[in-house]
Design a protein around this ligand. Structure first.
Ligand code: PHE
Length: 342
């Protein structure tokens, strides 16, 4: 057996494959091919049994040498390839820490949320607490307990969205007055902002869903003067000092006396323009002293206590405050519109 030839053959074959291998995976393939369990070197060791005794130590020694040589060369190239790979990776993932960061776009609050929070803060500063009630109501809370008679037009299918014989979507936030009086004893001083529903077609000034803010104060000796003072402060704070307020006699079944509140026109200041239909005034809420019958139905003694209540449209106040001429803009969520309220 020509040991020298065998050894130089395997070296030559190895070198060819070794030089071909240009990445870690193919280098590993070369290692398996030569040094693996069924690799070329193992196979040559296998020849040991079939050669003359005197050749055995020579072949053993040569194979050990070759094995070590191959091992060293593989390790060397592996280190080199690994280092190159790492370098390429670092290069590719290089970060320029001096580049300016990505700008995060800040969202803005919806104008209705802005106005609701402002109103809440104005009333909280005057000592009011916030109350909530369900949007799905029944006839008792929405109508009956508010002294609204059976045959009142508001109860009509045309005006109210009924869910079934018993339940309806509240048409105003006034049922929260009743719910509050039922489970709190005076003094009561609450506001109740929230969504209300009416069977209206959507157009520039009507929407089947809109928002109201209810107010209720019940205590000993509450007078119309308390109502006027409270509303005066609210109007000054939300629209600015230079607006006058007027109370115009009106009618609501749940208040007596009742008044509608007007604010001097925010466009013309009272001169008369198309926004105020040339009256100089804009109506912003209904109000009055709580009807004794309403107090009584909710378990409050009208002999002992009196109260005032008001209800305003938050959407309407928002439109007036920002000079928006179409209520639909408050619902469409067009970002070009919303982004203007920062
Ligand atoms: N609930 C009335 C409405 O929706 C407003 C109102 C509230 C009037 C409280 C008087 C007192 O029109």
């Amino acid at each position: 057996m020509d040991i020298e030839k065998i050894i130089s053959d395997v070296k030559e074959k190895f070198n060819i494959k070794y030089n071909e291998a240009q990445d870690l995976d193919s280098l590993e393939e070369v290692r398996v091919k030569f040094l693996g369990k069924n690799g070329k070197i193992k196979q040559l060791y296998g020849k040991m049994a079939s050669i003359p005794d005197e050749q055995k130590p020579i072949l053993g020694k040569e194979l050990n040498k070759v094995k070590e040589e191959i091992n060293n060369k593989l390790q060397e190239k592996k280190d080199k390839l690994a280092a190159e790979k790492k370098k390429r990776q670092l290069e590719a993932e290089r970060i320029d820490v001096t580049l300016p960061g990505h700008k995060i776009k800040k969202g803005s609050q919806h104008p209705l949320s802005i106005v609701t929070s402002e109103l809440e803060e104005i009333f909280i500063a005057m000592g009011f607490k916030i109350a909530v009630g369900p949007e799905v109501e029944d006839e008792y809370y929405n109508f009956k307990a508010l002294n609204i008679p059976e045959d009142h037009p508001a109860r009509d299918l045309q005006d109210t969205l009924y869910l079934d014989d018993l339940f309806l979507l509240r048409t105003h936030t006034s049922p929260v007055q009743v719910r509050t009086m039922e489970n709190t004893s005076p003094p009561i001083k609450i506001i109740a902002p929230g969504r209300v529903y009416r069977a209206d077609e959507l157009d520039a000034s009507h929407s089947p869903v809109f928002h109201q803010l209810e107010g209720l104060v019940v205590d000993e000796n509450i007078t119309f003067g308390d109502l006027k003072g409270t509303i005066q402060i609210m109007v000054e704070q939300i629209f600015g000092q230079n607006h006058s307020v007027r109370f115009r006699p009106s009618y609501f079944p749940f208040t007596e006396p009742s008044a509608e509140v007007d604010v001097s026109c925010i466009v013309c200041g009272g001169e008369g323009c198309s926004l105020c239909s040339y009256t100089g005034w804009l109506e912003i809420m209904g109000s009055g002293l709580v009807h004794p019958r309403v107090l009584k139905m909710s378990g409050i003694n009208p002999q002992e206590y009196s109260g005032f209540a008001f209800g305003m449209g938050i959407d309407r106040i928002t439109l007036l405050k920002y000079g928006i001429d179409d209520i639909r803009l408050l619902q469409e969520n067009d970002r070009r519109f919303l982004q203007q309220f920062k």
